[in-house]
Design a binder for this molecule. Sequence first.
Ligand SMILES: O=C(O)CCC(=O)C(=O)O
Length: 314
Amino acid sequence: MSLSTPALRSSPTEPLNPAIAALEAGGAYLFPEALDPVAAQRLLQSIRDDRDFDHRLFLSEAEFDANPLYTGVSPRPGRNLLDRFSDQVGFVEDSPAIREAVGAVLGEDFVILNRKIVCGVPQSSVPEWLRKRILGNPVNNLGPYVRPEYRDVTYFYGIDFHQDLIDYPDRPADFLTLYIYLHKVTEVDAPLFLLEGTHRFGGTIFPHQLVRREGGLWTYGDGRDQEMTARQIILTGDAGFAAMWHACTLHGTQPDAADHERISLRYLLARGSRRAGIDLVNAQLKGPLSLEATRRDLANDGSSAIRSNTVNTA
Ligand SMILES: O=C(O)CCC(=O)C(=O)O
């Protein structure tokens, strides 16, 4: 396969690669064509064949309380279900559209920092004791409550607006998130909500200063002296839908309101060794490229110290 050369602008009159232009203007690029839906469906079937995405995923309340553990519960090397299906991810990793766009933004020697399966768990699968305990929390990553053998997938019951920089204190925003739906995702399947253009303030601390306005608009403050109005975009799409966003773009999900799980792939892709589109995008930011501390919602043991959630009011 021949890969196109990253279309960095050599003079101000030369058009930008569309992925770079979209990231620069709005902080996200939605791929115009879905990835191979048949391959997406095949991978989805392999994942579903592996386990039941229902209440059996979870510890009992007594089991959880015997040893509450809030950290070290996410997929990691050696415990990552997607790695078991690495022969089925070619429709993403070898897709010419993905390689061209990501190559333009991050350089052709871009690095996969992380790849995993993400599940939006439907309300009917979350045990009642757990729903009561997590109600109103901003980050409902259910890893702490999931049986250890199933912690090779990330399970969400919604997550408030955040930047993916949140997991990388001290690292510059030199990476993107690539997110792929493996089946049709409608408004009730916990679609991603993105706040357009919010990458422009660079890194800001979670939870973010957001006020909901009429008509899908939000006022976003950077906690320094800037404010912007940002439009909410809801990413619904068919199997194979793909989008990527900047590490400072605010996004989140509401709890899955459907009666079945939402299963997606999430990649973190980092800049390669040479100057690339991300450097043009980052040169336009009006805020820091990295933060020493990215969040102030956690207690010392990693549990949530606050109860507030803005994306659920969207
Ligand atoms: O899949 C979800 O529900 C949330 C995913 C997300 O926001 C993330 O992984 O950063």
